[in-house]
Design a protein around this ligand. Structure first.
Ligand SMILES: [Fe+2]
Length: 261
């Protein structure tokens, strides 16, 4: 499980609002009333601009994106964001145009496994992370501990394979090995994501694995996770077996490699 990346807290507890409520933003609009509306507001298939008064400033750099995201979260968890701010978070991730000088400090590759490189901890409300995928590297099938995940390809290409979560989740047994046969995971889709593409996943949508399909070109992606989390389950796609939760570690923080004893 050390191939899955890292975050900053245990399983997410506040990924969805329990009910609609008035937001503290100046327009006093409502938070999404249920997870279906929430997932729809976050869905990057919506690529049209927002209403002029809601369209966010276009981020000019990754540091600018960090500032704008923090302003949207405004020291609040994602479940407290109203529709407008939630859509602006999604839109900010769409509008950001990756530039090599932006992501170079976080592009730490290594043999064997992809790396997770923390860009910003979002004052505890989100993690912004660059994942560096050398040629052919990939993740296991995994869940997201109830958090929301936006994934933007910065460079190269990634392939995302989406699976249905086994029917007995989230109450399924965790296993230390793959001996127990159940049933293969059912594939929903397989998508090639080129540079600039944005994807979104939540456990209510399913599980996924991500890998760099190229034999000669490395890939980089920018992930926004909210709430942050540190534990994730891997799944065996042949048996549907879920592993014990694995701790996820950062390879670098703020561009500086993390020293391990
Ligand atoms: Fe993921």
């Amino acid at each position: 499980m050390n191939t899955i990346a890292t975050h900053a807290a245990g399983p997410a507890a506040d990924a969805f609002p329990s009910k609609a409520r008035v937001c503290n933003c100046p327009t006093r609009c409502l938070t999404p009333a249920d997870d279906i509306n929430f997932l729809d507001a976050a869905n990057p298939r919506h690529t049209e601009p927002l209403a002029p008064e809601d369209e966010p400033t276009t981020p000019t750099s990754i540091d600018h994106l960090r500032e704008l995201l923090k302003a949207e979260f405004d020291n609040e968890g994602i479940s407290t964001l109203c529709y407008r701010r939630l859509k602006r978070v999604r839109r900010l991730m769409q509008l950001y145009t990756p530039k090599p000088e932006d992501y170079a400090p976080y592009a730490h590759f290594r043999d064997g496994y992809y790396t997770r490189n923390l860009v910003d901890d979002g004052n505890g409300h989100f993690n912004l992370i660059v994942l560096a995928w050398a040629e052919g590297q990939g993740s296991p099938v995994h869940d997201h501990s109830g958090s929301h995940c936006f994934m933007k390809v910065l460079d190269g290409t990634l392939e995302e394979t989406l699976y249905h979560t086994p029917a007995d989740e989230p109450h399924g047994e965790d296993h230390d090995d793959d001996d127990e046969e159940t049933a293969p995971l059912e594939t929903i889709s397989k998508t090639n994501l080129g540079a600039g593409s944005l994807a979104y996943i939540h456990d209510r949508i399913g599980l996924h694995k991500v890998h760099n399909p190229s034999n000669d070109i490395p890939s980089l992606s920018l992930h926004l996770y909210s709430p942050p989390y540190t534990l994730s389950h891997a799944y065996n796609p042949k048996t549907g077996t879920r592993s014990q939760p694995g701790q996820m570690l950062f390879h670098s923080v703020g561009g500086q490699l993390v020293k391990r004893s």
